[in-house]
Design a binder for this molecule. Structure first.
Ligand SMILES: O=C(O)CCC(=O)C(=O)O
Ligand SMILES: [Fe+2]
Length: 336
């Protein structure tokens, strides 16, 4: 099946085909929930490869160093440091191991970061991740602006509450999925044991890059999980809870998961969020007499705090079933 694709050179700088690209983006996000973004000049392939090289270095650190950097005082989670990924689907386990970095949630003071510097660039953990964050911000701001334009919303509707100055609640994840022992084991364990269990992301939208197959999206209609092909020069853009709530369900947060694979896998994930105080509620543009507001207002901060605390309590954010359903996208809040 053809995967939706948008040429970002038609979006990130003035271009005669901008309107065509915006229409493709709108169709991809409303009908399929994702698209592949190509020609992203601020994140060239050699640069992404150097980020993977550093991720490889970090995930190869001794267990003792990973334990020193483990959550909550640090940024690492993984079975080898006795901190597991929170279960999105209650009762499931995940093999994923993560170095997470968020300027708001993991401030550079008071948090424990790995000491290893990048052997290619010499950068520290914070320097390298801050540079990646800035580069991703260039793409993220262009996308926020494009989302406004494709829905004919007032300029600034999204981009004004997305701060490039590090005040947003975004996160970068450098993820590693160790290889399952064998193909048989990977298959046998698929029932309740994932690379990462099905979920929707809690923020506005996510940029994803993978170096090996394993990522899947739930196809519209919810019957079938589709493999997301590996495209080394492109980024996958998916919808998060916040855009579903702002658009009153015109966009739907994209359910996704990662299978346990017999091969090792790395990915680079960036959650794009709003500033903590941003009030997320269905915009008037998406509300009418025949389509009343279906989501309660909530601030970005509260939505993150609630979803994370529910995960910590073991309540999950995804309802198990065939096909299952995102709980976090549609939480009902008593007050914002
Ligand atoms: O590794 C991936 O491709 C997906 C990771 C993911 O869904 C997440 O961290 O929320
Ligand atoms: Fe995700």
């Amino acid at each position: 099946m053809a995967h939706p694709h948008v040429d970002m050179s038609q979006i990130m700088a003035p271009h005669p085909k901008r309107a065509v690209a915006l229409a493709q983006m709108r169709e991809a996000l409303t009908e399929r929930g994702y698209f592949y973004a190509s020609n992203v000049d601020c994140l060239p392939q050699e640069y992404i490869q150097s980020v993977y090289a550093y991720a490889g270095q970090l995930h190869a650190l001794p267990a003792q160093e990973k334990q020193r950097c483990a959550r909550p005082k640090g940024t690492y989670s993984g079975a080898d440091a006795s901190v597991n990924e929170l279960a999105y689907e209650v009762g499931s386990t995940a093999s994923v191991r993560a170095f997470d970095y968020s300027r708001v949630r993991f401030p550079t003071s008071g948090h424990v970061f790995p000491e290893a510097t990048c052997s290619e660039t010499g950068q520290t953990f914070v320097e390298l991740l801050d540079e990646l964050y800035e580069r991703q911000d260039q793409l993220a701001v262009s996308l926020m602006t494009a989302f406004e334009e494709m829905f004919a919303l007032a300029p600034g509707t999204f981009s004004n509450c997305f701060s490039g100055a590090g005040q947003d609640m975004g996160t970068i994840r450098l993820l590693h999925y160790p290889a399952a022992a064998s193909a048989e084991e990977a298959k046998r364990r698929q029932e309740a044991s994932y690379g990462i269990s099905p979920h929707t992301d809690f923020e506005a939208f996510t940029l994803m890059h993978q170096n090996a197959a394993g990522l899947q999206f739930l196809a519209p209609g919810g019957e079938e999980w589709l493999d997301a092909p590996v495209k080394s020069q492109e980024f996958v853009v998916i919808v998060g809870d916040v855009l579903e709530r702002f658009t009153n369900g015109t966009l739907k947060a994209t359910p996704h998961r990662v299978l346990q694979t017999p091969w090792e896998r790395y990915s680079i994930i960036r959650f794009n969020a709003m500033t903590p105080e941003t009030l997320i509620q269905p915009l008037p543009h998406f509300v009418s007499a025949s389509k009343p507001a279906m989501y309660t207002p909530v601030t970005m901060q509260k939505h993150m705090d609630t979803t994370l605390s529910r995960l910590e309590q073991g309540l999950g954010s995804w309802e198990k079933g065939a096909p299952g359903r995102s709980l976090s996208a549609s939480y009902v809040y008593d007050e914002p």
